[in-house]
Design a protein around this ligand. Sequence first.
Ligand code: TXA
Ligand code: MG
Length: 345
Amino acid sequence: MQTKLWIPEDPSNPKDQSIQEASDLLKQHQVVAFPTETVYGLGADATSEAAVAGIFEAKGRPSDNPLIVHVSNRDQVDRLVERIPDVARTLMDAFWPGPLTLIMESNGSAASNVTAGLSTIGIRMPDHPLALALLEAAETPLAAPSANRSGRPSPTKAEHVRQDLDGRVAGILDGGTTGVGLESTVLDCTTEVPVILRPGGITKEQLEEVLPEVAVDPALAAEDDHKPKSPGMKYTHYAPESPLWLVEGDDEFFMEQLEQLKADGKRVGVIASGELAEKLDHQPVIRCGSRENLAEVAVQLYDALREFKRSEVDLILTESFEETGVGAAVMNRLRKASVRVLSSS
Ligand code: TXA
Ligand code: MG
């Protein structure tokens, strides 16, 4: 199929011609990519099984992985869930529109392939004028996973979407680079104490400012131990073209590892903070923000992961970042994306 590319003149106006064209295609149950404040999403009418099937097909996504539903107003939430728990209401007041997905009991109104057969549904209101205008124009909630081919880093630019999905989707709305750079926090609100299932744009610290207690899914901590320690293991998340190796240790340890790999004849690409990059006598290095500003690291991370091509480097070495604030989400993505951890401890 021919993929349309629109740059809306008036991105916050549902009547903008590009947004109208995109929403017309959505009403015809086609699939359209659009920017949110986190990453680009691949949207389809969340109430249509056929439309949602188009998302799974375009991405090559396993059908047992449920999708997030995007809304532009709270009435749309009421129509999708059994009831809104008090804690979810508090969180909507505090963080919507914003990068927080709330898991609630579904009332079955969404297409069954949105929730992958679960009794719950994940919903969020994106904090992006173009996303909100598109939702208004489409007059329906939109199911939208990140707009990458399954297994690839999520797109933070329209160009990333084009790289992955050109010819596979009806259109792409270009809204420039996304502001947060990694996905929303997914929070299960169906339990007594809400549980973070995926760290993201709203930090645990922020949630704790409005909730008495927040838990973290034990599976997230376990991922640490389950990381295959040998290379060549199958990797399926946020994966760059060349294998990513994660270095956990100080700068001296990082430089030792780099020198060793070079001595072994490896072509190594490096992803590093400005602070570490300063110390390296090496090419190629991609600078990914500053240790003093983890939000900046988050914004640049997926772009950095897409930067190195298989033809250029045998492997990519990345430093680790502090796991406070949005650093928790950064490290979650780096652990998932990496095939090997080099640890000094
Ligand atoms: O920032 C974001 O959340 C982006 C933008 C486009 O909004 N979307 C996104 O969607 O990251 P996706 O499909 O790539 O990730 C959805 C995550 C998955 O980890 C999925 O398992 C989880 O949300 N999820 C969705 N519905 C769920 C449910 N009912 N129960 C548990 N997890 C759910
Ligand atoms: Mg994704």
